[in-house]
Design a protein around this ligand. Structure first.
Ligand code: MRU
Length: 441
């Protein structure tokens, strides 16, 4: 039997969700599956096959998923990306998940102008390196529509997008790529070209994250194989580098999802990640939806867990990686890297090549570190037992705060970098050998 279930899912258009081997894991003639996928694509369906397929030879194959939209069913049987377009009455509309409301409410927001996109990025309706990049790419499409053929206006709208958040490389990378896509092209084609390129960037982000999962899986398999029977692989992660931080799959979570789909027993220590609580609010919500065992911890717990043998590996994401392998990521990552190094816990950083900044060698002092509003430190949002969402003060009025959003973990603290091309050491030579000195596929 190839499919355990073949059912329609709530995705737009003709979509089938092919659920394979969730329980039996015994199937899998991958050739037969491929034939079915190709046939469904040929008739215009968006087909989706999740979970690991085990071939008759017992070899583990990575999950197949929709080759066209790369979507993955996540919330109540429905596929979501973090940012996407929808066509209605001859118009193409840009939609996002407003991440500020999660996990208490799932709100879809429409972004109709460059200013909407700029605000959504700056105020973190969307956040996470890949997601910011893809959203900015769609922002350039809206800019191409708004600029009325004026290159000067287009450039100033792009500058507006570029100024929204300074640290993650993906934003500037996506805007630059969009401007390259229209280089030398007549203004009447800018909107069409940038929409096409934005869709490509969003698709690639998803596909690259999927590949990160494929490359990261053997690391988890190896740890699992060395565990006594019944022992879960304990992975610590910081912030949210899950599908919400990209268009799909995530960077740090992709190997975890791949391992879970392959039937490996994983347990995730989720740093709450003050002040915005991306771990407590977003990563745990993602993992919960996926049925992956996890425990939320306050940010100071990781060192203790590592000292006591309760962490097998750390996987974090990255907002910017320098060409010699220094990693800029959510504030607090550096302390985890230090603790991991002191306790011989492997510390991996997962990111797509769009996060690499070839212009910077040493990260400390050279990567712009975003400083955000004091209120993110002095206040906190939560939900009352009544269900009412409230925002309360943690400090007395007038107390000084500082809110650095990112820090840099130097390359020597990092065991390996997991990218869509494979795994390498955090060194200039190894990164160059793997990524070829370019961010382009
Ligand atoms: O400030 P945010 O929420 O945009 O932070 C970025 C992040 O999500 C993290 O630093 C993450 O680990 C890397 S981005 C995938």
């Amino acid at each position: 039997m190839i499919f355990q279930a073949l059912r329609s899912c709530n995705h737009s258009g003709k979509t089938f969700f092919l659920e394979t081997c969730r329980d039996c894991r015994s199937i899998a003639n991958p050739i037969a599956l491929s034939v079915v996928l190709i046939a469904l694509h040929a008739i215009g369906s968006r087909c989706l096959a999740v979970n690991c397929l085990r071939s008759n030879l017992g070899k583990t194959l990575q999950a197949a998923w929709c080759l066209r939209c790369h979507c993955y069913v996540k919330i109540d049987g429905k596929s979501y990306r973090t940012v996407w377009t929808e066509s209605a009455e001859g118009h193409v509309n840009l939609k996002i998940i407003d991440q500020r409301r999660l996990p208490f409410a799932l709100i879809i927001e429409e972004l109709g102008s460059v200013e909407d996109v700029a605000v959504a990025i700056m105020d973190m309706h969307v956040r996470g390196a890949g997601c910011i990049g893809a959203t900015a790419a769609y922002g350039v499409w809206l800019a191409a529509k708004e600029c009325e053929g004026s290159r000067k206006k287009l450039d100033s709208l792009c500058t507006r997008l570029l100024c929204t958040r300074p640290t993650a490389s993906n934003l500037a990378w996506a805007v630059k790529r969009q401007l390259k896509a229209i280089e030398g092209k007549p203004a009447e084609h800018w909107a069409e070209l940038t929409l096409h390129e934005a869709e490509r960037i969003a698709d690639e982000d998803s596909r690259w994250c999927f590949s990160i999962g494929r490359h990261g899986l053997p690391l988890i398999e190896e740890i699992a194989a060395a565990k006594p029977e019944g022992g879960a692989v304990n992975i610590l992660t910081h912030c949210n580098a899950g599908w919400l931080a990209f268009t799909d799959w995530g960077s740090a979570t992709a190997p975890i999802y791949a391992a879970h789909h392959a039937g490996i027993d994983v347990h995730v220590w989720v740093d709450e990640t003050r002040p915005r609580n991306q771990g407590a609010r977003l990563t745990s919500w993602e993992l919960e939806n996926e049925g992956i065992p996890h425990t939320v911890i306050v940010d100071n717990v990781g060192g203790h867990l590592m000292q006591n043998g309760k962490v097998d590996m750390v996987i974090t994401g990255a907002d910017r990686v320098t060409r010699r392998g220094d990693v800029c990521n959510k504030i607090g990552t550096y302390l985890k890297a230090l603790a991991a190094s002191d306790n011989d816990v492997p510390f991996y950083v997962a990111f797509p090549s769009s996060t690499l900044d070839w212009d910077i060698d040493h990260g400390v002092g050279n990567i712009p570190i975003e400083q955000r509003a004091n209120e993110e430190v002095s206040r906190i949002e939560g939900v009352l037992d009544s269900g009412e969402i409230v925002d309360i003060s943690l400090l007395e009025e007038g107390i000084q705060t500082a809110n650095y959003a990112f820090d840099v973990s130097p390359a020597h603290l990092i065991t390996g970098l997991i990218t869509e091309r494979g795994i390498c050491r955090a060194s200039e030579d190894d990164i160059k050998a793997m990524l070829g000195g370019e961010n382009e596929p």
